[in-house]
Design a protein around this ligand. Sequence first.
Ligand SMILES: *Cc1c(COP(=O)(O)O)cnc(C)c1O
Length: 432
Amino acid sequence: MNHFQPIDGVLHAEGVSLTDLAGQVGTPVYIYSTATLERHYRVMSEAVAIHRGALGDALVAFAVKANSNVSVLATLARLGCGADTVSEGEIRRALKAGIPANRIIFSGVGKTDAELAYALGIGVRQINVESPSELDRLITVAARSDACPDIAIRVNPKVGAGGHAKITTGGEGDKFGIPAEEALALYARAAACPYVRPVGLACHIGSQITDLAPLEAAFLLLRQMTMSLREQGLEVTRLDLGGGLGVPYHGGAPTASPADYVAMAARVLDGLGVEAVFEPGRLLAANAGILLSRVIQITERAADGSGTGRQFMVLDAAMNDLIRPAMYDAFHEVVPVTPRPGGPVIYDIVGPVCETGDTFARDRTMAPVQPGDLVAFTGAGAYGAVMSSEYNTRPLVPEVLVRNADWAVVRPRPSYDDMLGRETTADWLIDA
Ligand SMILES: *Cc1c(COP(=O)(O)O)cnc(C)c1O
C-alpha cells in the first residue's frame, strides 16, 4: 500500500497535489512519501518483533544504495532503522541522517583500504568480508589501528535468484561472496586472528525476489554453517540475511509478503540463538516514490508499410533520470496525474535522450494523454534517483519529500551555471 492516491480526480502524494507540486518545482522530479516509507519500515520491524524469540534483537538495516537521499534516511533513522552501506560515501550519508555507527553495516565487494580504515575509525557495527583477499587487507588495516572490528563472512550460497541477470548476486558465477567450504575455513582463520572478531555469516542472493524458496535455501545453508562452525568451537552470534525481497511493480498484492518472509526466516533460524540482520532496500523505498514527468509531445510515426501509426509519448524525463527500464528491462506503471476521458491508447513511452535505449515502455496500453499533461512513474523510489546522471547535460533530477500536506525539496535541481561551474578549464585552453 502507498500514499499516492487520487483526490478529486488529481493524483496526490499524501495531501499534496502533484499538479501544484509540478507547478512549483518543475519536472522531472522524484517525490517520496514519508507515510509510505514509515509504513514499509513498520511492517518489517513489527514482523521482526513478533519473532524476537527466533531472530533475537534483530536489526533492520535499510540498503542505502536503493535510495540514499539524506532526508529519506533520516525519516527511517527516526524509527530506529539501521543502514547497510557499500561505500564510505554511503556511510557518511547514513551518519549525516542520524543513523548511529553501531547500526551501520559495511558491505561490498571492493572496499578500499581507505574506506576500511574510515569504517574502523567511526566504529561501524559490522564489516561484511566478501573475499579472502579482503580479509587480509582488513587485518592489515585493523592491525594499524586499535580497533578490532566485528566481521561477518559473506557466503555465496549458489542459489541465484532475482528479477534480472544483472541483479542476481548469489549465483555460481557471480562476483559476490565466498563458497560455503571456503567461507568456513576463512571464518576459522579470522577467529584465530587478534585484529578482527568474526561474529557471523552474511548472504544476499539477489534483488526483486518474489519467491521465498531460494531465500529459504540460502538461510538454511547459513544455519548449517553456523552449526558446523560451532562444532569447531567457534562462536556465531549474528546472521545477516541480506535484502532482496521483491515488490509488486504491476500493482496488486506481493507474491510473498514481508510478514511471510520474516516468518520464514524465523522458522529457519529458530533455536540457533542468533541475532538476525535484515537489509531491505527496494522493499522499503520502491513504492514510496514516484517520478513525475510532463508530456512534451505526442509524435505519430507510421510503421513501415503497415499504415498504422505508432504513438510516441515523448516525456521530459529520460533514461538519465530513471535508468531501470533501459538497464534491467524493468516495468514501471505510468499513470496520468489527471486522467482524461476516453478509451485506452497504445503508446511507446520515450525520453528525449539520443539513444534508442531511452525507451521507458513499448506498446503500453494506458489512458490517453496530451502534450503538457503530467504522468507519474510509480514504484520509482528505489534504484531511481540514486542512479540518475546528467547525461546529455540534463540537470540532475531533483527530489522532494512529502509529509502530510508539507513538502520539501530535499535535493534541488542544479542550474546550468551550477553544472558548468563544477568543471574547470585546463589552463592551456584558457585564452590569454
Ligand atoms: C543491494 C543489497 C541489498 C538490498 O537489496 P534489495 O533488493 O534492494 O532489498 C541488501 N544487501 C546487500 C549486501 C546488497 O548489496
